[in-house]
Ligand binder design. Sequence first.
Ligand code: ADP
Length: 424
Amino acid sequence: MATVLGCIADDFTGATDLAALLARSGLPVSLRIGVPAETEGVADAAAFEVVALKSRTVPVDDAIAQTRQAYAWLKKAGATRFFWKYCSTFDSTAEGNIGPVAEMLMAELGATQTIYCPAFPENGRSVFMGHLFVGEQLLSESPMRDHPLTPMRDSSLVRLLAPQVHKKVGLANRLVVAEGTEALQARLETLAAEGVMHVITDAVSDQDLETIAAATANLPLLTGGSAIAGKLPRLYLEQGVVEPSAARSSDSLPKGGQLVLSGSCSAMTRKQVAYYAGKSASLRLDPVALAGEGVGPTEAWLQRRSAEEPKLIFATAEPEEVRKAQEKLGFEKASQLVEQVLADLARQAFQSGVRRFVVAGGETSGAVIQALGIKRLEIGPEIAPGVPWTFAELEGERVALALKSGNFGGEAFFEDAFKLLEAA
Ligand code: ADP
């Protein structure tokens, strides 16, 4: 099937979040980790394809080059409409990659205007009069002001974007959006006549997103957070751009053993680990002990258990313990050791018949995916907002992976995940 919408995301968890929202439609969504080689996978491309890059904080030229490759692949897969996905808090460095990448894509597509819609009202990200809010706080007064890589010290999207692009930046504010699709389209035309190619769109509610999507669905390029993209599949179905028959089937759900691996120390993951440890065989990893005695005892523990038995292996610890491990081993070494061990265990578990994995931690998930050599994920049912089951082919076997970063999901997330797969 040819791709309808080609999406490019500037980081992995952002790509997963976007893919999950697109997949709420029931239509086929596939996620590529990095740009596939040449024509690899083009023949079985999904209606919605998401390419996950790691370009948020790389130098501008590098981000442009990576995105150009992703664009070229998506075009080969058949995409005629494109979505450039960045964070709902507009994370970018001062030089910024959001604007330059958008301008490159516009040039490739011959687009004369695009929108910037990071708003995600369901998650407390809204844009009003061009200013981005996190909950009730301005972006520049939220914890994002102290982000280690992309400190956001201004909340005005017009001011943030203007220095990143060559053409004029303008605003379609909430008063216009609230008037509806036609009013917004008229505003976009007025701005176009004034030479404004980059339009920030206000949105404070889900209804605003519906209006914006309806007014702009036919533009060759849209940019923003995952929430606005999530409105596109239904519109495409209504417009006949995509066939309902393209809906994915739930055949061939992976059967076989199960395992939870957790390398996340976020507050919600700590609760999830405590909950699930009471319901399954569980093993706690101590990075200091691992550094001393190696991974042997952990591997032996895993080998003693059957593939089918519910199991949890976690490095998840309270901040005090994490600090101690970091002091003893060094920050980098402690993290890498844990990631490496969990990734190796995933590999070993696969060899012994485990086919359903839940992995907690953004970086941890990246390490596991890499160790398993997975390049493509097909998006399945959503376990919790923003966290879907994903499916992959691995050495001719079908594998299910739930990749959860930081604070996503409720206390019973691990259990919910397996229940959902069994019920599907
Ligand atoms: P999150 O999505 O919650 O941020 P990540 O996997 O991205 O989780 O990051 C957690 C990091 O903490 C990983 O690099 C992991 O290896 C490291 N880590 C996990 N447990 C420990 C521990 N007990 N001591 C030190 N570092 C740890």
